[in-house]
Design a protein around this ligand. Structure first.
Ligand code: S3P
Length: 166
């Protein structure tokens, strides 16, 4: 079994993914970490030097590789992984996909001091999060087998909630 977590930046994909993998006794992989290993640097630097499109191509390759690796695993994806229709199709076909949903306001509360996410290094990050959310929420829903609200519960209870749905 492969489980993929999708959703906006700051929605808890990595922390819930790690906890879920531990609870289910599965491996854990994070597409952003795999990309950083491959480029030998940070995503932020890569965005600055090569732009978003080049990053999306690396992301597509990372997701394909993680989905086709043998064995069971929990995969945390980057927030923009659902933008390419081919990624949505590959994720849905190759894994049980869980959308960790949060409102843009909640995401802003968690990310307002973030310095690593290139798309949020703007004058008005809340506005940016609202724009990204409006653009992406339908794509996350299209890709996901089920949606989990991440507003209040702790990471541990989110892990239990995901595990119960599998
Ligand atoms: C991005 C989200 C990031 C990372 C990159 C682009 C996005 O991942 O892939 O900065 O487009 O929302 P997280 O969702 O893990 O922050």
């Amino acid at each position: 079994m492969k489980v993929a977590l999708v959703g906006m930046p700051g929605g808890g994909k990595s922390s819930v993914g790690r906890g879920l993998a531990r609870q289910l006794g599965l491996g854990f992989a994070d597409s952003d970490s795999l990309i950083e290993q491959r480029i030998g640097g940070t995503i932020r630097q890569f965005f600055d030097e090569h732009g978003e499109d080049a990053f999306r191509s690396l992301e597509q390759q990372a997701i394909t590789d993680l989905l086709t690796q043998p064995g069971d695993a929990v995969i945390a994806t980057g927030g923009g992984a659902v933008l390419r229709p081919s990624n949505r199709a590959a994720l849905r076909a190759g894994a049980t996909v869980v959308y960790l949903h949060s409102s843009p306001e909640e995401l802003f509360r968690r990310l307002r001091h973030d310095t690593q996410r290139p798309l949020l290094q703007v004058a008005d990050p809340l506005r940016k999060l609202r724009e990204l959310y409006a653009q992406r929420d339908p794509a996350y829903r299209q890709c996901a087998h089920f949606v989990l609200e991440t507003g209040r519960p702790s990471v541990a209870s989110l892990v239990n909630m995901v595990a119960m749905q599998l």
